[in-house]
Ligand binder design. Sequence first.
Ligand code: F6R
Length: 257
Amino acid sequence: MLVVIKKDYEEVSSEAARIIAGAVRSNPTIVLGLATGSTPLGLYKELIALHRAGDLDFSQATSFNLDEYLGLPASHPQSFHFFMKQNFFSHVNLSSANVHIPDGTISGDYDAYCAQYEQCIKAAGGIDLQILGIGRNGHVGFNEPTSSLASRTRLKALSRETVDDNRHFFANESEMPKCAITMGIGTILDSRRVLLLASGRSKAAAVAKAIEGPITSSVSASALQMHADVTFMKRSVTNANRWRHRRHKISPRRLQR
Ligand code: F6R
């Protein structure tokens, strides 16, 4: 496991973009695993800039997104389909035929649909490089605490913490889906390479548990300790502290408590 600590969010984003761009250039038919959320927004901006500068071609690449809220159509502004289109796909030349995101509108046989998603990843040759964010509770994808470390793509109920973290995106809590379709931890571990990005004090405890704690289903990201090629890229909390200390003129010792 490689742990890379960067000065700030911008550096995390640009270094992650550099790694992904290098991987795409050396393997133009790469299969990327993609994440949504606030963390990879800077990364997507950097990749778009490289593409616009003529330095990065996604025309032969394939992508699989980690997850999607159950019940949200692609046109819903809070769906991950919408997020990906707005923040990445509509700005680069990834062919829509090669883009895969779980369908939040399916009903009926969820298991069959999820098995098909897994099959599709397999048919594409497996994921070469998986991008991950991390939840405050240590989730990767929507593999909430107590997810099986061998889990595959499936329907998953969201934890209270995840609902709390994301409900502000919806007009009211009742509009926020309480379930999602997510790749499993086993699916993620099958990727050839994993790059997890983390930024913000609220993630510090989850990142520490994932890197140094025991491998446990209580912290899904801790399963990444079993992966042979994983990089955690995080923002230095010390720097953030120093910055907050200057801005708010409070003792750094107080912040560390
Ligand atoms: C998103 C996903 C989630 C997020 C995580 C962090 O596709 O699978 O695991 O990566 O919830 O979200 P942010 O980046 O918004 O803090």
